[in-house]
Design a protein around this ligand. Structure first.
Ligand SMILES: [Zn+2]
Length: 234
């Protein structure tokens, strides 16, 4: 057993240099073992990408076969109603959510959000077309989808721009939920009544403000912040 003459760390019999301080190992009583394998790899290697690609293929096959089976079943069972279209559409939407981020690790957030928003919009369009509801699609579902996509995009860009603490993240998410709920009620009111009369979204807004104020206080006061970190393991 050799020890580093500089830092005293215990050395493996195969070590030519101390792994901590790079001091040359020179022990006349125990020459360096050049035949045994080293305890850790000495060369840098790329982590293989295969598992992500394999997962993408597996998910594609699963979603594809689910859609195909339902389509074939639909031809035999309840053939007058195209119920399998909903399953096929949902499978396609899930595919867009999961597979592109798996295949393209550097997919920009804006592109990913745009793709997801487009997938949701197209799926709701499929339902609207099937139930003859293009009117509510254009005036309610489509604007709501766009609003959701914009909120998620802004939130994602905020998180990407700087590392946020759990408290700040929570504050942003609560604000995003409040904005979305307000927007949703506005769109619903405009569609059904022609004028904005906020009611249930105001309750959500008040709850959100009630949650944001203590979060802000905790963020501003260092003592409270430390206490929150300690108690909630943040
Ligand atoms: Zn050393």
């Amino acid at each position: 057993m050799s020890y580093c003459v500089n830092c005293g760390v215990e050395l493996d019999s195969t070590a030519k240099f101390c792994p901590l301080c790079q001091t040359l190992v020179c022990n006349p009583n125990q020459p360096v073992d050049r035949n045994s394998p080293t305890p850790f790899p000495m060369e840098r290697e790329e982590v293989p990408l295969a598992p992500r690609r394999a997962a993408a293929v597996l998910i594609s096959v699963m979603l594809g076969s689910a859609g195909l089976c339902c389509g074939l079943l639909n031809l035999v069972l309840l053939a007058s109603q195209p119920w399998s279209l909903y399953v096929i559409g949902a499978a396609a939407m899930l595919w867009v959510f999961v597979v592109p981020p798996l295949l393209w690790r550097k997919l920009p957030l804006t592109a990913a959000t745009l793709l997801d928003g487009l997938a949701i919009g197209l799926y709701v369009l499929l339902i609207a077309w099937e139930v003859d509801g293009l009117d509510w699609y254009l005036h309610l579902a489509l604007p709501a989808t766009v609003l959701l996509a914009v909120i998620l995009l802004v939130q994602g860009l905020l998180f990407q721009r700087r590392q946020m603490s759990i408290l700040s993240t929570l504050a942003v998410v609560i604000a995003a939920v409040a904005v979305f709920v307000m927007g949703l009620e506005l769109l619903g009111d405009l569609y059904f009544h022609g004028a904005w009369g906020p009611s249930w979204s105001l309750v959500v807004l008040i709850v959100a403000v009630g949650l944001e104020i203590p979060l802000m206080v905790v963020r501003r006061v260092p003592g409270l912040r430390r206490e929150a970190r300690r108690r909630f393991h943040m």
